[in-house]
Design a protein around this ligand. Structure first.
Ligand SMILES: *Cc1c(COP(=O)(O)O)cnc(C)c1O
Length: 448
């Protein structure tokens, strides 16, 4: 996370100290780095330059209008999965010809909205959806541009809740069904079949699933191309890995080297749908320590952010590196993703290391603690037995790599107003979403 680093013991986002943002905007607080998004977007464009792809940012990973606008200005298109996301990208002035619409359950109003906007294409996920789209576009006297989302039955080796390309997942169309659809495509005169689409899951820390899926897709394209089925686009989806901890993450170049040869073989135009890999390391979640306690067997650090603000640990058992925003000794910028990190992280899990009793402060000033939120759920826990510098009431802590599926998955559970979002550009900060207020929390409810 190049744009989040420690200087003289203090965490900075670009040129602004995190502490000053917490004081100005309160906590919990999402802090985004504009240049982090731009760097990631330019990296993926550079890596795939030979194929000049449409890079359609996955809006669901991070959907604030200001973030979408940064990427639009840089040239990105968008992968949307709802009418709400279409509303967002239209609002920031996205070119509809760079918008693709995925999802297994597009409702009629959402389909109308997208036909109205004249988006680039629908990624259709079932025969029933295609039939509905045919009927609706016939009703409007228009033709719907479509890619068929295939289910390649490839194991992406990722969390069970985020794998999408296996037969047992709800996503995509079986190859035999897709064959039949294409053979009978003349019966769907209001459908223009533009290509094929897959999305394998997320995050995928290897290029192998992409190569496996592309091998199947390129064969399928060769067998099924016809004047009524040009299949000129191949959309390989998202899922590119992100460094959260100490994983070996393929670079965009490595993904590109695996993907581009297949594109060459088919002569297709390439579409990519990166989400996490562009947004994940673009933000931290700042939180303040409320209390600490020791129940005899475990030590707890209770912070003011909870699973309503960042649900990934509770939902996906996800790891987020966390560290005090002020720390005079070894800064985590060096621990995180460096050779030293492995040693440190091993000790976090206790594998190569005799852990002291929970709550005891060791010779280096660390203690094992569970960092937990205020929500009334045992799953509201960011870390279990994590080795952290001693934290006290009032200290600030930062959860790193919180840009993807962070705020966008936040909720009002426990009737908690959602946190504010702040965007940093160089030495400037700007609130891009106000903290929700209590009246906003109940607006729209009728109690009498
Ligand atoms: C969520 C999603 C993506 C983005 O996945 P990342 O892992 O964030 O890159 C891309 N395409 C589709 C269809 C998705 O549902």
């Amino acid at each position: 996370m190049k744009h989040f680093n420690y200087r003289e013991g203090e965490l900075f986002c670009e040129g602004v100290p995190a502490r000053s943002l917490a004081e100005k905007y309160g906590t919990p607080l999402y802090v985004y780095s504009r240049n982090s998004f731009l760097d990631a977007y330019r990296d993926i464009c550079r890596a795939f330059a030979k194929a000049s792809p449409l890079v359609a940012f996955s809006v669901k990973s991070c959907s604030n209008l200001a973030i979408l606008n940064i990427l639009r200005e840089a040239g990105a298109g968008f992968d949307i999965v709802s009418g709400g996301e279409l509303h967002r990208v239209v609002k920031v002035g996205a070119d509809p010809r760079k918008v693709v619409f995925s999802g297994v359950g597009k409702s009629d109003p959402e389909i109308l909205q997208a036909l109205d906007q004249d988006i680039l294409m629908f990624n259709v996920e079932s025969e029933a959806e295609l039939d509905n789209l045919q009927a609706m576009s016939a009703g409007m006297g228009t033709v719907a541009p479509v890619a068929l989302r295939l289910n390649p039955d490839v194991d992406a080796h990722t969390h069970a809740k985020t794998t999408t390309g296996k037969k047992e997942n709800k996503f995509g169309i079986d190859f035999s069904v897709a064959s039949r659809i294409i053979r009978n495509i003349a019966e769907q005169p209001n459908i223009r079949l533009l290509g094929l689409d897959v999305h394998l899951g997320s995050p995928i820390y290897s290029t192998l699933p992409y190569r496996q899926a592309l091998a199947k897709l390129t064969d399928f394209i060769k067998e099924h191309r016809s004047p009524r089925a040009h299949l000129e686009y191949l959309n390989i989806g998202g899922g590119y890995g992100l460094l959260y901890r100490d994983q070996a993450v393929p670079s965009f170049q490595e993904y590109a080297d695996a993907i581009i040869p297949f594109i060459g073989k088919t002569g297709c135009k390439l579409i990519l749908e990166p989400g996490r890999s562009l947004s994940g390391n673009g933000a931290v979640l700042l939180s303040r320590v409320l209390y600490t306690k020791n129940n005899g067997t475990r030590h707890f650090t209770i912070v003011d952010a909870g699973m309503s603000d960042l649900v990934r640990p509770a939902m996906y058992d996800a790891y987020h590196f966390c560290w005090p925003t002020q720390y005079a000794r070894t800064p985590p910028a060096e621990l995180f993703g460096s050779p030293e990190a492995k040693d440190y992280l091993n000790r976090e899990t206790g594998e190569d290391w005799e852990a002291p009793p929970s709550g005891a402060v060791d010779a280096e000033g660390f203690r094992l603690t569970d960092v937990v939120g205020p929500i009334c759920e045992s799953s509201d826990c960011f870390t279990r037995g994590r080795r952290l510098p001693v934290l006290e009431r009032g200290d600030l802590i930062s959860f790193f790599s919180a840009g993807a599926y962070g705020f966008s998955m936040s909720s009002n559970y426990n009737s908690r107003p959602r946190p504010a979002e702040v965007l940093v550009n160089g030495g400037e900060s700007r609130e891009i979403r106000k903290r929700e207020t209590l009246p906003e929390l109940t607006a729209g409810e009728a109690w009498q």
